[in-house]
Design a protein around this ligand. Structure first.
Ligand SMILES: [Zn+2]
Ligand SMILES: [Zn+2]
Length: 138
């Protein structure tokens, strides 16, 4: 049994690895786990806004009652089904709850997966309900 601790750890990296910031309730970052891809996500998005959907797969969870404004006890998975662009506004993701079918729209965040966003945006054009050739004759 040998004790050569002092030549292995010049810096004290013991169990007391807590910064003083932990004591402040304001810096306590809440996290949640994505219901689809299992990523652990910080509730605070890089732009300072509160994140409500996964930036990787854009799925969300039905935790807010968007009709009454309070918390929802549904907890169902919310699937991104489309994007909407209000006049003069930023893109919003339309989610639908797989349990109760409630529709919500939330603003996209700076680190949202752009490929998934584009896929949602072009989906109606990729599957038109009528032949697009008619527009070629105009
Ligand atoms: Zn995800
Ligand atoms: Zn729901």
């Amino acid at each position: 049994m040998s004790t050569h601790e002092h030549d292995r750890s010049p810096h004290d990296r013991g169990p007391r690895d807590r910064g003083p910031r932990d004591l402040s309730p304001h810096s306590r970052a809440a996290t949640f786990t994505c219901v689809r891809c299992g990523l652990t996500l910080n509730e605070a998005a890089p732009d300072g806004a509160r994140r409500d959907h996964c930036p990787s797969c854009l799925h969300s969870r039905h935790l807010t009652d968007h009709v009454d404004g309070g918390p929802s006890d549904c907890g169902g998975r919310m699937v991104p089904i489309s994007v909407a662009v209000p006049r003069g506004g930023d893109w919003r993701v339309i989610h639908r709850c797989v349990r109760c079918d409630e529709l919500t729209s939330t603003p996209i965040r700076g680190d949202d997966n752009q490929l998934v966003l584009m896929r949602l945006a072009v989906r109606p054009l990729a599957q038109p309900p009528f032949p697009l050739e008619a527009f070629g004759d105009l």
